[in-house]
Design a binder for this molecule. Structure first.
Ligand code: MG
Length: 167
């Protein structure tokens, strides 16, 4: 059975992952309104990935005999300036999530919960990838600035993303 402390912290993390989904589909809506359908597709895949992150914690809590307690979701930002500002905000958000996962890992170590440590290591590695993916797009957007032709090419490229849950 999982400790109450760890259970509460994982429930708080489930809320953060679901908020992440909310944030990314809000960004998806902005891109769709701008007719940047490829960026919107990328955000759609990102949102689905966040939902997967939330449900992985959700299923784990149940497996450990813990209780899932869903809390109210905060409303995400709905107005954005431009694609670069969006991806910078996404990067900042992922850095915040990485810190939160690291704090959870610290707690699992303190609680001597080796099983939770194993689960959290998956998230630690996942966050490296999350930050790297978003950081790369930030750099691409900084390179192309407002060049419509380059934005259009980037839109085509990002539109190929599909989220496939890991086996
Ligand atoms: Mg996540």
């Amino acid at each position: 059975m999982i400790s109450k402390k760890l259970q509460d912290a994982i429930n708080a993390q489930i809320n953060k992952e679901l908020f992440s989904e909310y944030l990314y589909i809000s960004m998806q809506a902005w891109f769709a309104n701008q007719n940047l359908d490829g960026f919107a597709t990328w955000m759609d895949a990102q949102g689905k990935e966040e939902r997967f992150h939330a449900m992985k914690f959700f299923n784990y809590l149940i497996e450990r005999g813990g209780k899932v307690e869903l809390k109210a979701l905060e409303g995400p930002t709905v107005d954005f300036k431009n694609p670069l500002a969006i991806f910078k905000a996404a990067l900042k958000h992922e850095q915040f999530i990485s810190k939160s996962i690291n704090d959870l890992m610290e707690l699992a170590i303190k609680e001597k919960d080796h099983s939770a440590r194993g689960l959290l290591q998956w998230y630690v590695d996942e966050q490296v990838e999350e930050e790297a993916n978003v950081d790369k797009i930030v750099h691409h957007l900084e390179m192309v600035k407002d060049d419509p032709h380059a934005i259009f090419m980037l839109d085509n490229q990002l539109g190929t993303r599909v989220f496939t849950p890991p086996a």
